[in-house]
Design a protein around this ligand. Structure first.
Ligand SMILES: *[C@@H]1O[C@H](CO)[C@@H](O)[C@H](O)[C@H]1NC(C)=O
Ligand SMILES: *[C@@H]1O[C@H](CO)[C@@H](O)[C@H](O)[C@H]1NC(C)=O
Ligand SMILES: *[C@@H]1O[C@H](CO)[C@@H](O)[C@H](O)[C@H]1NC(C)=O
Ligand SMILES: *[C@@H]1O[C@H](CO)[C@@H](O)[C@H](O)[C@H]1NC(C)=O
Ligand SMILES: *[C@@H]1O[C@H](CO)[C@@H](O)[C@H](O)[C@H]1NC(C)=O
Length: 632
């Protein structure tokens, strides 16, 4: 003991007096590793000799490039047995990646490991750790895999603070209690399966599949089974099991509105009068255009909270038709009872955000002026449902058809529309959208559209590509909505914002083809590049479309003037912007056959994005390194 202390003292003295700080860091890493190796039994012999260089010869150890700190320790399946003491690996305070998966480690997981400030990735699955999960985490954590252990206790609330977390694997433990409301926008992979969790799945996590939650007997709510037994359709008021259903709805009950509408002819008359007044007043308001993004906070959205169910007939006769694979648990009555908020009014109808019980949120679109019969409508819906199975397409979940009312139910996509991001909305100014995001959104939208074309076949078009129909999902990727509705509708008589997106042949003959979608997509790219609306005022009353405007500017060789001033703040993107401009211009060629197909457009944009990532190799490199950890 005495000897040890003296040695330690000598060593400390060494550091303080003789060695520069960087070496001190490496020396302390070395001591931490040696202490770990000394205190944890291991089957395989480690070649960690005090005299050999840590960074170049120690197995499983990776250092910074300049060899001054240990940044990764990877020893999967090394036969470690027993507990990890505190003050061993927890002292590796420059560590970014730790993999000790598939060992026989047990006991509690020291919280000084999970709280190493620089820690990005922790893989300790397939051990036998037990006890509570530590509550202290590095806020740099990216991937946390604690699965296949014997952890008990609750899922710590502090996980909520890990804003960079993309993967959380806690399956196959003995965790209990309810799941905290983890609002983690970056989270893409979640697995809580096979624990003893209970209660309802919080709204923020309902976007994950069933497979993320299975094997927890007392867990309920979407995407699993509903939390309470489904009631027989009539009289929800008599169930003692469902106190929440009895509580009076403060929000507008749509069913009530229907009753009122049916009962009071006088009311109807008054309503008509009010609407008439509004219309007259708004006549010079111009834009009947669509906006699916956040809409006005002003007077406009206050009143029509209730409208989307007024034409629904006896609910039992005509039910909501759900598509396969849809995890929604509501029926038409729930939908009509939900509180609704107008998201936007477009040429095809009005979109509402409906918030149902258990925090399910859906978008309900109420179509106006559907001109096709029930059979054709249903066929088109089937087609839209089938084509919509792609990460870059907003899926149609259900529809309702009756003589007086046609409703479509979509997933709610929280990020707003590209239109709102580029141009702002009535209430607020635009937020600036950087170049990378613009390319990413465009690529997502292009992929979605290419998918629609390839699955839908030559006759199936989107028919209404515009920036307000490109929504942003939680990964800030572009998602296309509103596809396939054009054939159901009367062509809107009033000029709407979509006019600027129509190709010459559509304006002439109303014939929609894949190539007319490509044209609209080209206009969308121009809009993204210029930050300008698709129709430009050219003085007086004359309007000039965006392709012609860009052509005229480019012809004068003032290319730089074309681009959105917002983009001028970013460095080294000119080349990419010009490439993108060329793609856009090829899409808006006058002759349809001269335009590329959407598949080609995807590849062209991918090339632009490729050069984009080549400029920043570091983050990609890290990623590929980290993924190595997972391969055996
Ligand atoms: C894992 O640890 C628990 C106690 O924490 C013990 O009961 C169990 O037998 C261990 N399992 C294995 C496979 O070692
Ligand atoms: C978490 O870590 C910080 C510093 O690393 C420490 O001060 C604190 O006591 C720890 N809290 C818990 C609950 O372990
Ligand atoms: C989590 O974040 C909140 C605020 O963002 C903070 O008050 C709280 O202390 C944090 N908790 C931990 C454990 O870091
Ligand atoms: C969940 O389980 C815990 C015990 O692990 C219990 O105290 C709690 O009441 C349960 N909650 C629900 C909603 O069942
Ligand atoms: C979660 O883990 C279980 C195995 O324990 C697996 O069956 C399930 O597919 C996983 N879920 C996801 C979403 O990967």
């Amino acid at each position: 003991m005495k000897f040890l202390l003296t040695a330690l003292f000598a060593f400390l003295l060494n550091i303080v007096i003789f060695l520069p700080l960087a070496i001190a860091g490496l020396e302390s890493d070395k001591q931490a590793l040696l202490k770990f190796a000394a205190s944890v039994r291991h089957g395989r012999k480690l070649n960690w000799n005090t005299n050999s260089p840590v960074c170049t010869s120690w197995v499983g150890v990776t250092c910074t490039q300049d060899g001054t700190r240990v940044v990764a320790l990877r020893l999967p399946g090394a036969g470690f047995i027993g507990q990890i003491p505190t003050n061993t690996l927890g002292k590796l305070d420059a560590l970014r990646s730790l993999s000790l998966r598939s060992n026989l480690l047990s006991g509690s997981l020291p919280s000084d490991i999970t709280s190493i400030p620089s820690l990005n990735n922790l893989y300790i699955q397939h051990n036998n750790f037990s006890g509570d999960l530590p509550a202290n985490f590095s806020n740099q954590l990216n991937v946390l895999d604690l699965s296949f252990n014997s952890f008990t206790g609750n899922v710590p609330e502090t996980i909520q603070n890990l804003t960079l977390l993309t993967g959380l694997s806690l399956q196959e433990n003995h965790l209990s209690g309810s799941i905290p409301d983890l609002k983690l926008p970056a989270l893409r992979h979640l697995n809580l399966s096979y624990n003893q969790l209970n209660g309802s799945i919080p709204g923020s996590l309902q976007r994950f599949p069933k497979a993320s939650f299975v094997g927890n007997l007392h867990l309920c709510g979407p995407p699993l089974h509903p939390c309470s037994p489904i009631l027989p359709p009539p009289s929800p008021s008599s169930s003692p099991m469902l106190p929440q259903k009895q509580s009076p709805k403060k929000k507008f009950g749509l069913g009530v509105i229907i009753a009122v509408a049916a009962g009071g002819a006088v009311m109807l008359f008054l309503l008509a009068l009010i609407i008439l007044c509004c219309c007259l007043k708004k006549k010079d308001d111009g834009g009947t255009g669509v906006s699916k993004g956040k809409t006005s906070v002003g007077g406009r959205s206050e009143k029509p909270k209730e409208e989307f169910g007024s034409g629904v007939q006896e609910p039992d006769k005509n039910k909501l038709v759900f598509f396969e694979g849809c995890s929604y648990n509501f029926d038409l009555e729930d939908l009509l009872r939900a509180s609704a908020e107008v998201l936007g009014k477009g040429s095809y109808g009005t979109a509402y955000k409906a918030v149902l019980e258990e925090a399910t949120t859906a978008v309900v679109k109420r179509l106006k002026e559907v001109v096709v019969g029930k059979k054709d409508f249903e066929q088109q819906m089937e087609m839209i449902g089938r084509v919509g199975q792609h990460p870059n397409v907003v899926p149609l979940r259900a529809y309702y058809y009756s003589k007086d009312e046609k409703l479509l139910v979509y997933d709610y996509v929280p990020g707003g529309s590209l239109s709102t991001l580029l141009h702002g909305n009535r209430a607020g100014g635009r937020s600036s959208l950087d170049w990378k995001s613009r390319v990413k959104i465009s690529l997502g939208a292009a992929r979605g559209l290419a998918h629609i074309h390839s699955i839908g076949g030559p006759k199936f078009t989107h028919g209404n590509i515009k920036s307000s129909n490109i929504l942003l999902n939680q990964d800030l990727d572009g998602c296309i909505t509103d596809l396939g509705l054009t054939p159901l509708m009367n062509a809107p008589a009033a000029p709407s914002r979509s006019v600027g997106y129509r190709s010459p042949e559509v304006i002439e003959s109303r014939k929609h083809t894949h190539k007319s979608d490509v044209y609209s997509f080209g206009v969308l790219l121009l809009e993204m590049l210029t930050g300008k609306a698709p129709l430009q005022s050219a003085g007086h009353d004359e309007m000039v479309d965006l392709p012609r405007w860009v052509q005229s500017v480019v012809r004068e060789e003032w290319t730089a003037e074309v681009f959105d001033v917002e983009l001028m703040r970013f460095q080294n993107i000119e080349e990419e912007m010009v490439q993108m401009l060329q793609i856009a211009m090829s899409c808006v060629a006058k002759v349809p056959d001269m335009r590329p197909s959407m598949d080609q457009v995807v590849r062209l944009i991918e090339d632009v994005k490729q050069s984009d990532t080549e400029n920043q190799p570091s983050s990609e490199e890290n990623k590929s390194k980290d993924s190595n950890v997972q391969t055996p």
